[in-house]
Design a protein around this ligand. Structure first.
Ligand code: CU
Length: 532
């Protein structure tokens, strides 16, 4: 190697044009790509939900074939979980964790590039899984996101594509999680001790640990399914000595903690937003960190509360009921922690704070219906009804999605260097909250009255609440056009953001992001900052 080549090695400019993105090792650019990917997938998965609500608007409609309807239900869920919430939360992790802890970038920048670029591949397979049945690929996947056999062993080629989707997206999240854990452990600025970590960073630490523990189990389960489908094994086939319930255990060993993977990053956002707009430090920082650890641990040992109806032993059923109800302890702790942060604070109600308060109210409601579903004799009645659909949409839309919206509005000024339009932000908040409640609140009543979930048509006694739910769905869906407009408007221009975008941002356990300009320079910290 010549001297000049060596010299060049040390002074390479960041690649420009498309190469800036495809070859990117920069945590901010990769974070942006994650967020854009999530936004695109949200319109795809949301569009599917709109078709579902259109089909259920009135009894007797047949806008889509029953098998296609069930396939829409399957892919809507998988897209929202793996294509929207996880990538959006990962985008925020990428953007904020290095800035908050004073690191120049993620610990493993090339791995970061790979983690992101696996996503569009997995996303493509996920979409193709719905397309192949139209081109002679066999029966559509009608299982729902749980992919239970024997239905999933009988589905066509779409199921194989979904199995590979899970493999690829699983590799992506495991690599991203390893990167996040290594970054938090090794890349903190001098003085950034564990108990000074911003709460968002803690939340992502637990999220990443959960992901590393659970993704391999799901990958193993779907690989066994692949073997049952093509290699002549019968892990899940009773006729060959297997057991279909085994798949349910493996799936929910992943599936329940996965819910916390979706919720925890948003809890981290709440812990950031609420102290800022209450102008008070977070109440109970250490108990909150402990509460998240307790929540993550408990979340690993409650999985079979999704399977009360399969005929488990009474002892096992009782165990799963009791540990599930115990979850209300750390969740209650978090909610009280947030309420007491607001107590006697000098509160203002900018868009992120409006979302934060609404989340506390609506998520608590999901907590109450969650306890109802945890109780075995009650669950035997609610199981597989719309009550469950209403419950988990109340948990996941406020708990995960709205938390991410709060984060988007909170950090857009930091990311783009421009303030978003506060008036439009507030309109979006009220519009989307109204639409959400109108869509999902009536579904509780539908479930209590016995309407089954994952069904293309229904008895006329369920008409009224379905009409309300579908009208709500249109309102909820359309609000996201305003969301997109606000984001584009903010990226293009507007009032310049100050380095410390929000007045209360330095209160409590602030991240080091506020010591940088808005937007931050391409290379965040050339000299590691010192935390006092
Ligand atoms: Cu669960």
């Amino acid at each position: 190697m010549t001297t000049s080549a060596m010299h060049d090695d040390h002074h390479h400019e960041p690649p420009a044009g498309w190469q800036r993105w495809v070859y990117s090792t920069n945590h901010k650019d990769i974070g942006t790509m994650y967020l854009i990917f999530a936004l695109v997938m949200m319109f795809l998965g949301g569009g599917m939900a709109m078709v579902i609500r259109a089909e259920l608007f009135l009894p007797g409609l047949q806008l889509v074939q029953p098998d296609l309807f069930n396939n829409l239900v399957t892919n809507h869920a998988l897209i929202m979980v793996f294509g929207v919430v996880m990538p959006a939360a990962a985008g925020m992790a990428n953007w904020m964790i290095p800035l908050m802890i004073g690191a120049p970038d993620m610990a493993l920048p090339r791995l970061n590039n790979l983690s992101f670029w696996l996503l569009p591949m997995g996303g493509t397979l996920l979409v193709l899984s719905m397309v192949v049945p139209f081109f002679g690929g066999g029966a559509p996947v009608t299982t729902g996101w749980t992919l239970y056999p024997p239905l999933s062993t009988q589905a066509g080629m779409g199921m194989d594509l979904l199995i590979f989707t899970v493999h690829i997206l699983g590799i992506s999240s495991i690599l991203a999680s390893i990167n996040i854990i290594v970054t938090i452990v090794n890349m903190r600025a001098p003085g950034m001790s564990w108990m000074k970590l911003p709460i968002f960073v803690w939340a992502w630490m637990f999220t990443a640990i959960l992901l590393v523990l659970i993704m391999p189990v799901l990958a193993g389960a779907v690989t066994m399914l692949l073997f049952d489908r093509h290699m002549g094994t019968s892990f899940f086939d009773a006729a060959g000595g297997g057991d279909p319930v085994l798949f349910q255990h493996l799936f929910w060993f992943f599936g329940h903690p996965e819910v916390y993977v979706l919720l925890l990053p948003s809890i981290g956002v709440l812990g950031t937003v609420i102290p800022t707009f209450a102008r008070k430090p977070l109440f109970g920082y250490k108990p909150l960190v402990g509460g998240m650890a307790f929540l993550a641990t408990l979340g690993m040992v409650v999985w079979a509360h999704h399977q009360y109806t399969v005929g488990m032993s009474l002892a096992a059923t009782k165990y799963f009921m009791i540990v599930t109800i115990l979850i209300s302890v750390p969740v209650g702790l978090m909610i009280f922690s947030f309420i007491l942060t607001m107590w006697r604070g000098a509160m203002t109600f900018e868009t992120p704070m409006l979302f934060a308060i609404a989340i506390i109210v609506m998520f608590s409601f999901a907590g109450v219906t969650g306890v109802m579903l945890a109780v075995v004799p009650a669950d035997l009645q609610y199981h597989d009804t719309y009550f469950v659909v209403a419950h988990f949409h109340y948990a996941l839309i406020p708990g995960a999605l709205f938390g991410l919206y709060a984060g988007v509005f909170f950090w857009l000024p930091k990311w783009t260097g421009h303030m978003y339009d506060e008036k439009l932000g507030k309109i979006f908040f009220w519009w989307t909250t109204l639409g959400f409640n109108l869509t999902f609140f009536p579904q509780h009543f539908l479930g209590l009255a016995g309407m089954p979930r994952r069904i293309v048509d229904y008895n006329i006694q369920f008409t009224e609440f379905n009409v309300v739910s579908s009208v709500g769905g249109i309102i909820f869906g359309l609000s996201h056009i305003l969301f997109l407009y606000i984001i584009i408007k903010t990226v293009k221009g507007g009032e310049k953001a100050k380095d410390q975008s929000w007045e209360g941002a330095m209160i409590g356990t602030p991240g080091l992001e506020w010591t940088l300009t808005s937007p931050p320079p391409h290379h965040s910290f050339t000299v590691p900052p010192v935390v006092k």
